[in-house]
Design a protein around this ligand. Structure first.
Ligand SMILES: [Zn+2]
Length: 731
């Protein structure tokens, strides 16, 4: 071949050759095909695409023809002639645009001069879209059927037979589908029916839900880190298909109300005490438990005392009270102690500082992220005066009590750290230990003297042989059973060994049944020390109101009871006899008559009554609280929940658990009558024998699961009547 540089010249050469070819022998198509030169390769037409399927009538495809010379080089400027072998199936334009006419096959031919190219065309309508008559079926019963149908269109929007659809279901345990599109509910849940037509699909959601299947709760667990915090739990009942059943009312049930309470309607959870409980969210036939954990994160710490002056060698134990961010005291907080200058004073992990040498240091108490400090000054100074308390004591033979001393320098400034040296003026009457524990030895009187350096002070001790306090129980109405009478007698004796001093006798005049609802007889007598009218009667059957008790007439001086009433529901008493809790219950209610939770000295001394943190500040009760495991905050916590008759009238259950004068009796357990309660009686004006109190350690957090609790209450009565020395009621 010659080479050419211009397209025009090349075309001319090729066409000359083609002309030559036409003179050679014809093939079967009548076109002669001979090589131009003996070793030349014939020119060809390539068609693109060479085979095409058209999916709908009217669909077009542009074919492109290319003439390629024998040496493989493409030719341009060539004129092509397009024809179809089957114009009823596929038409073609003069520029190679093919269009489907009807289903079938055709061949498109393209020629230039005597060279032919072919392309295969198949016209077959295929599904381009499928739509279903329904998007979702909801079955509310099993074995129900509904029919879904499909519309199938080709790319030209022309319908194809709906019988071309193939049905399938994702989960045949929930629903089945027939070839006719009939969907039948089989089991609870949600699944998908798929209609497939060729390469396209459509979907139908099937839900089978015959009622409440689950309840969704949020949050699913609760962790609260301060008492008084509130969180609202939400609950939604859903069917098996996950759809909310908004018409179903959801209720909330608490468990341990000493840890958290819950509003049964709103789901509002309030943290009450440290512990773990659950709230059960209930709707129709389904429920779910939400674990609730209440802790107290320290927000504030207060160290007591804030200032201390010590002499070298003296020890002083600091206390630290922690509160959560809602100002609720934290029982037994974990405190870390340190001293800024251990050359002046050291401090133990328990908060006991030891003065080392003259100087000043800072004691730091840390609880979590909170901290407080106390300033300690160590000086070399002598004690100039001593103040011993109490000023006087009454002890029964064998009984014990404690005396304590405070120390002051010659400027009247208190010195912390020294310890007194104790002596008794008559050890046949009373002895005293080096730590100030006084014991009654024999009847008589003695002085207990505490000295240190240049100071001295004394307590006057009276020792008696038998309790001088007399409680008289008088039954009114139907006489209770012998065993119940014995229980009252046991309770009376218990209090008579705890309260040992005589109180002044007083004349009392009462008309019959003047004390609230108890049908006692008229009274016109001198009472020494207290008369209790007790009535066992039918109130409201087992459970509900157990009974009530309180003082009715009190002394005009000191406010302690002269006449009290106790009323019990006979049905509850028989229950309590069965569980051996009867005597403890009567002792508890008698404690109210004697003033705990229900007397003038109680109400006038109680701090923050009706508030969030009511407490008893009485010296002896606080001392006993701290001696028996309490947290030294100068408070004995009083019930702040439980409503009228419980709040402000009992020790706080969340701090003192099983103690008998909390608002609940722990059925089947020992409920100790502690030295804290006896100490409170002393604070209210009774002479007491603390050594007769039951062993008890302040503890509420040890409870793992709630006991069966029985709510006890004091008498919800107006303030008691007062009588003067002549027996006149002075109200
Ligand atoms: Zn009570």
């Amino acid at each position: 071949m010659v080479s050419h540089t211009g397209a025009r010249a090349w075309t001319w050469t090729l066409l000359a050759g083609v002309t030559l070819l036409t003179s050679c022998s014809p093939d079967s198509s009548g076109i002669r095909r001979l090589p131009l030169e003996p070793d030349a390769v014939a020119a060809v037409i390539t068609l693109s695409p060479s085979a095409t399927s058209l999916g709908f009538i009217g669909q077009t495809v542009q074919l492109t023809a290319q003439l390629v010379a024998g040496d493989g080089s493409p030719a341009t400027g060539v004129s092509f002639h397009w024809t179809t072998t089957n114009p009823a199936v596929a038409a073609v334009t003069a520029r190679g645009m093919v269009q489907a006419v009807s289903e079938g096959t055709a061949e498109i031919l393209v020629r230039t001069v005597n060279i032919v190219g072919t392309a295969q065309i198949t016209v077959k309508r295929v599904p381009a879209t499928v739509t279903l008559s329904e998007e979702e079926f909801l079955f509310t019963e099993l074995q129900q059927s509904q029919t879904v149908s499909a519309t199938i269109l080709d790319g030209g929007g022309q319908g194809l037979p709906s019988s071309d659809i193939v049905w399938s279901v994702a989960n045949a345990a929930i629903a089945t589908v027939g070839s006719d599109g009939v969907v039948t509910s089989i089991g609870q849940g949600r699944t998908t029916v798929t209609g497939t037509a060729g390469a396209v699909q459509a979907f139908l959601t099937v839900r089978v839900a015959t009622g409440a299947a689950d309840i969704e709760v949020a949050p699913s667990t609760l962790a609260m880190d301060a008492l008084g915090d509130t969180v609202t739990i939400g609950g939604t009942v859903v069917d098996a298909a996950g759809a909310a059943l908004s018409a179903v009312v959801v209720t909330f049930l608490g468990e341990d109300t000493l840890v958290a309470t819950v509003d049964s309607v709103t789901g509002l959870v309030t943290a009450i005490g440290v512990g773990v409980t659950t709230v059960t969210v209930i709707g129709d036939t389904v429920q779910k438990a939400v674990p609730v954990t209440v802790t107290q994160t320290p927000a504030t710490v207060v160290v007591t005392p804030a200032l201390a002056t010590l002499i070298p060698g003296a020890q002083l134990t600091f206390t630290a009270a922690a509160e959560d961010r809602n100002a609720n005291p934290i029982a037994s907080p974990s405190i870390t102690w340190s001293s800024a200058d251990v050359a002046v004073a050291t401090i133990t992990g328990a908060g006991t500082a030891t003065a080392v040498a003259a100087g000043a240091t800072v004691i730091v108490a840390t609880a979590g992220a909170a901290a407080d400090t106390a300033n300690v000054t160590v000086v070399v100074v002598a004690v100039d005066s001593v103040d011993v308390s109490p000023d006087s004591l009454t002890l029964i033979v064998g009984g014990t009590d404690i005396v304590s001393a405070r120390f002051f320098d010659d400027q009247g400034t208190e010195i912390l750290g020294p310890t007194a040296t104790w002596v008794s003026t008559d050890t046949d009457v009373a002895t005293v230990t080096s730590t100030g524990v006084v014991a009654g030895v024999g009847p008589g009187t003695a002085w207990i003297r505490g000295t240190e350096d240049n100071g001295a002070d004394s307590t006057y001790v009276t020792v008696i042989t038998v309790s001088l306090f007399d409680i008289e129980v008088r039954f009114v109405g139907t006489l209770p059973s012998a065993s119940v009478q014995t229980a009252f007698s046991d309770a009376e004796l218990r209090w008579e060994e705890l309260l040992i001093g005589d109180l002044p006798a007083a004349a009392v005049t009462l008309t019959a049944a003047e004390c609230v609802t108890v049908a006692h007889p008229a009274v016109a007598e001198t009472i020494d020390d207290v008369v209790i009218f007790a009535e066992v009667t039918a109130i409201d059957g087992s459970g509900g109101i157990l009974g009530q008790a309180g003082p009715c007439v009190v002394r005009s001086t000191g406010g302690l009871a002269l006449v009290g009433v106790m009323q019990f529901d006979e049905a509850d008493l028989s229950d309590l006899e069965t569980t051996s809790d009867l005597v403890e219950t009567i002792i508890h209610e008698m404690g109210h008559v004697l003033g705990l939770g229900a007397s003038t000295p109680w109400t006038t001394t109680l701090v923050d009554a009706g508030g969030a943190d009511p407490y008893w500040p009485g010296t002896e009760a606080v001392t006993q609280y701290d001696l028996n495991g309490g947290n030294s905050t100068n408070k004995v916590p009083v019930a702040n929940t439980g409503g009228m008759g419980t709040a402000d009238a009992h020790w706080r259950e969340s701090h003192m658990g099983r103690e008998l004068m909390t608002g609940f009796i722990n059925i089947g357990s020992v409920n100790p009558l502690s030295a804290i309660t006896v100490g409170a009686m002393k604070d209210m004006g009774y002479a007491v024998d603390l050594s007769k109190a039951d062993a008890y350690t302040v503890s509420a957090t040890l409870r793992i699961s709630p006991d069966r609790l029985f709510r006890l209450r004091k008498l919800p009565v107006p303030p008691p009547m007062r009588v003067d020395a002549r027996g006149r009621v002075v109200r």
